[in-house]
Design a protein around this ligand. Structure first.
Ligand code: FMN
Length: 191
């Protein structure tokens, strides 16, 4: 069983990276294979809506950039972890560009490459309370449902602005680690 984390923050070693690492530590402990991919280091161009991915057999997308490798990473993963801070009540631009490139999974040949995989969402933001994160959660929920992914869990840290501030929040760090540990159980049920 493999979990791949896609890190959507432009800020290396920030709050969402820290939380994701906790989830992955738990997953490692539980015996899962883990991989972490910082989207900030990759060249992921916007989807241009050319719809060639619906016409050309065997090619997920005609754009030649780092997303080609990520299609393979997605296909070989059982669980996908999306990590992004809240940026203007949504996800980061890097995470959105990544998600926009999921269009090949909308076609009949593409859907089996993603259908039924598990999903974990990790987020952090500065404001207190749930209001600031709600629009983004709705966007991800609808997108995951559309793609026929199964949401396993979410780690949500509010009230964390400065880089590394989440390190002072033992409650959510523990929650992240435990979610990772529990992934083996999900893997057993599904696998
Ligand atoms: C461009 C930008 C937009 C942001 N928008 C919001 C926002 O709408 N609501 C909020 O609570 N925090 C917002 N923040 C704060 C970040 O969500 C917060 O600093 C978060 O902890 C960053 O996570 P990271 O360390 O993983 O990058 C914003 C930060 C930036 C740089």
């Amino acid at each position: 069983m493999k979990i791949t984390a896609f890190l959507g923050s432009p800020r290396a070693n920030g709050n969402t990276d820290i939380l994701t690492e906790r989830v992955l530590n738990g997953a490692r402990e539980a015996g899962l294979e883990v991989e972490s991919i910082p989207l900030r280091k990759l060249d992921i161009n916007p989807c241009v809506g050319c719809e060639k991915c619906w016409q050309v057999d065997g090619r997920p997308c005609v754009r030649k950039d780092d997303m080609q490798d990520l299609y393979k990473k997605i296909a070989e993963s059982d669980i996908l972890l999306f990590a992004t801070p809240v940026y203007w009540y949504s996800c980061t631009a890097g995470m959105k560009a990544f998600l926009d490139r999921f269009v090949p999974f909308n076609r009949e040949e593409g859907r089996p490459r993603i259908q039924g995989k598990g999903v974990v969402l990790v987020t952090a933001y500065e404001e207190e309370g749930p209001t600031a994160v709600e629009p983004m959660l709705r966007m991800f929920d609808l997108s995951f449902e559309y793609l026929e992914l199964q949401t396993i869990g979410r780690i949500i840290a509010d009230g964390v602005g400065p880089k590394g501030a989440v390190s002072e929040k033992p409650g959510v760090l523990k929650q992240a680690y435990e979610l990772g540990l529990g992934l083996a159980e999900w893997a057993t049920v599904v696998g």
